[in-house]
Every structure is written in C-alpha cells, then in structure tokens.
Design a protein around this ligand. Structure first.
Ligand SMILES: Cc1cc2nc3c(=O)[nH]c(=O)nc-3n(C[C@H](O)[C@H](O)[C@H](O)COP(=O)(O)O)c2cc1C
Length: 427
C-alpha cells in the first residue's frame, strides 16, 4: 500500500504532530488564523513576527506606528536614518499582544510557533531580537523558528528565560556550512535546536543562496544535513522545505528519514492567508516565466517573487521614521541609499529599479513573494464562471497534503457562486 503523510508523525520531545508545518510568511501573510488552523488540524502553524508593531495597529487599533513617526517626524526628508530606534518597551508590548491574542484562540493538539526573521535588524539587531523572542515566550508561544540571517548567539539571548527549555526552538538553514557554526555556539547554552528546517532553493521569501541558487537541490542538501547530524551523534529532526507540492513529495522525504515538511506556497491562496484577494488571484494566474529571483530586497538576500509585483520599481519615499525594520546595526538600508541616489537626479517622479522599500511594500502586500511552484496553484482549484479562481480553505489544502497519494491533488467542492460581482447584485 502506498504511504501517505498521515502514516508518519513528527515527534518533538514528548509531543506528536501531523508532520506538516506551515512556514512563517511575513508580513502577516501567515496570519494567526492560518497558524491556528494548522494547529487545530494537528500540525504546526507559524505566525510571523515581522513588523509586529505595524501588524498590531492594523489588527487591534493600537498606535505604535503613529507614535514612532511622531518622535522622528523631523527626520523624514533626511537620508541619515541612524537615529531612528525602536522603543523596546513598545516593541515588547506589541509582540506580547499579538502572540497572546493568537494563543488565546488556540484549539487542537498541534502547535503554534513564531517565525523570527533575524535579518529584520531594526537598527539594533541584538536588543530587538532579544525583546522579540523573550516577549513571544512570555506570551506563551510554543516554538520559535529562527530564519533569514541567523545570528550565532541567538540562543544565548534567551537562555535565562524560564521557558528556554520548555519552548521548542528551531532554525532554518540552507547548508551544512550555516548549520555547523550555529550548533557549535548553541552547545554553549547546553541546548540544541529541537528541529532544523532545511530550506532549498525553490522556497518563497528570501533565499539562503546566492544568485546561483538553481545549482542546488533540496534533496542533496537534506542528505548532507542528515549525514552531518549522524556523524556528530545528534538526533535532531530534519524538516525539508521548498517546492514540496504534494503529499507524495513529502512522503519521499519521510522515507529517507525526514521528520516533517515545511510548506507555504500552497497556503497562499487560502481564505486564512493574509494576502488580499487580488494578490491571491495573481498567484493563481502566474505562469512559470512570471516567477523571478532577484536582488531587489535591501536585506542583501535574493528573493523570489512574481515579476508583476506592483512594488517593483516604485520610488516611494523611505518611511523608516514609521517603520525602519530593515535598518541594519549602523542604521543603514540599501533602499534608502538607492532612493536618495535617484532623488539626486532631480526628476519629478522617482523610480528605483534596483531595490524596493521592503517595509512599506510588504506592509501593503505589494511585493508578491512566492515559492517556485506558484505557477501550479491553478491546478489545485476550480476556475469560476467569472474567470477567477476559487479560493481554498486551509483545511482543504492541509488535508490534501495529509492524505493524498500518487501526487494527486484533490480539487475543492465547486463554489456555486458565479463570482463576487454576481453575489453583490443578488444581495
Ligand atoms: C509568501 C511567502 C512569504 C514567506 N515569508 C517568509 C518569512 O517571512 N520568513 C521565513 O523564514 N520564510 C518565509 N517564507 C518561506 C516559507 O516559510 C517556507 O519555508 C517555504 O516557502 C516553503 O516552500 P514552499 O513555499 O515551496 O512550500 C515565505 C514563503 C512565502 C510563499
């Protein structure tokens, strides 16, 4: 009999999960609703703490952004952003609020974890990351997955927290080269990661590869990581991510010793996903040639996105006074430099071709990052009479991963609506 994902379980300590993790997708693309749904179904869902003060304002009517802008308003036309700092107390409050509200709604036996993208260095990488992690733990998060721009000393930042050993801690790496020094340093805290997500070159978001990403294969990197852990007598669950599109893809990894999968792209077109409906339709409509990996992210990492993302080329004024999440430890951001370079040209309408303002455009869902397999999403749903694609329920996609065999993909029960317009007319 052919095996399916449901024949396997992920064990983290004493707990067992359906071995499906929905990866963190900032900024609030992997919403609390999506993470909670994964948890309810017995898997693990991630919220993302990228721009949590900004997200709090949108979700709960707080005024973190307004207050920050008020403090730094005098600086908005300056190219020098070094003075713009986050108020750590407010950052803690935002993070606690967001996480605790999510945890209060938790149902089911799965887990709700948070994705901490370390490259959001917020003009104070060490202290802001420490506050983000500590506050998430204070608010009851069950696991923290550290991603993009891992700092070797991250575990040390929370080693005095009472939940340091109780919460699950994981890291995302794309090579043994990145894993080895992290583990060496983590050993100083007498605590290894509880799981290692191995993210290959087909993933969405920022890539842990250079522009030569196409030369790498997830399957090979997973084997390298597994061999490395075995050689070092480390029993840490390995969780491949990037391009796993069917339950059968997942089973192929499980048969070679992987403990779970981390997936994201198939959930971008679900009701629970935070992308606006128009963006979800663009994801469905995408063809393979529309998917690009480029260097427009000011973080310095290549990123995969749809080439018709509305934010590409935009010359919007940097808004570090309100946001400023990408500012590095010296208060620099490559978009700020690129913007003022273009502004000096004196043209009326500024366009910045080589970098994007990640904060503003991610907040407004104008950069459509996606995994390489985005162009296959149209095969996972029904085309409606009005030419749009039927949005899926996260439960449907989750169960499809869980139970499918032979690479089959279950289509949703057809939506009998003719289209949103018609519903409005009827109403
Ligand atoms: C829209 C989108 C946004 C993402 N944002 C993040 C992020 O903020 N942090 C992160 O670590 N990974 C991010 N990722 C990567 C996913 O968490 C995941 O590991 C990967 O995309 C899995 O591959 P798949 O999309 O092919 O299933 C993102 C992926 C997508 C599709």
């Amino acid at each position: 009999m052919q095996q399916k994902v449901d024949d396997f379980r992920l064990k983290l300590g004493e707990k067992e999960y359906i071995p499906i993790m929905i990866g963190g997708m900032g900024v609030d693309i992997s919403t609390s609703a999506l993470a909670l749904e994964a948890c309810r179904l017995g898997g693990i869902g991630h919220i993302s703490d990228a721009m949590s003060p900004t997200i709090n304002d949108r979700l709960f009517g707080t005024k973190f952004v307004k207050n920050k802008l008020k403090n730094y308003k005098h600086n908005v036309n300056s190219s020098d952003k070094t003075s713009i700092k986050f108020n750590l107390e407010e950052l803690a409050e935002a993070q606690k609020n967001f996480v605790s509200k999510t945890m209060q709604a938790k149902q089911g036996e799965g887990g709700v974890f948070i994705n901490c993208m370390e490259k959001l260095s917020m003009n104070g990488p060490r202290e802001t990351l420490q506050v983000r992690m500590q506050s998430a733990l204070d608010a009851g998060i069950e696991g923290i997955t550290l991603s993009a721009g891992l700092h070797l000393g991250s575990f040390e930042l929370i080693q005095d927290h009472p939940r340091f050993h109780d919460a699950k801690l994981g890291i995302i790496v794309s090579s043994v080269r990145a894993l080895r020094p992290f583990l060496k340093r983590a050993s100083r805290t007498n605590r290894m990661p509880d799981y290692v997500v191995v993210e290959g070159p087909l993933a969405g978001g920022h890539l842990g590869f250079g522009m030569d990403w196409a030369q790498y294969q997830l399957k090979e990197i997973v084997i390298e990581v597994q061999d490395f852990l075995k050689e070092n007598d480390l029993e840490i669950p390995v969780i491949p991510a990037g391009g796993i599109f069917t339950g059968t893809d997942a089973v192929e990894y499980f048969e070679r010793g992987a403990s779970a999968i981390q997936v994201a792209t198939r959930f971008t077109v679900t009701e629970e996903c935070g992308l606006p409906d128009g963006a979800k339709q663009s994801y469905f409509e995408a063809e393979e040639e529309d998917v690009v990996v480029n260097t427009v992210s000011p973080t310095g990492y290549p990123m995969r996105m749809l080439q018709n993302s509305p934010g590409i080329g935009s010359g919007i004024r940097p808004n570090c006074e309100a946001f400023g999440y990408v500012l590095d430890k010296n208060g620099q951001c490559a978009y700020v430099d690129a913007y003022f370079r273009e502004a000096e040209q004196g043209s009326k309408k500024i366009s910045v071709p080589d970098k994007v303002c990640l904060c503003t455009h991610f907040r407004n869902y104008k950069i459509w990052t996606c995994g390489h397999t985005v162009y296959r999403l149209k095969d996972t749903t029904n085309l409606l009479d009005d030419g749009t694609y039927q949005i899926l329920a996260a439960e449907h996609v989750f169960r499809d991963y869980q139970f499918s065999t032979d690479h089959s993909i279950q289509l949703p029960v057809p939506d009998l609506r003719i289209g949103a317009d018609s519903i409005l007319k009827v109403a």
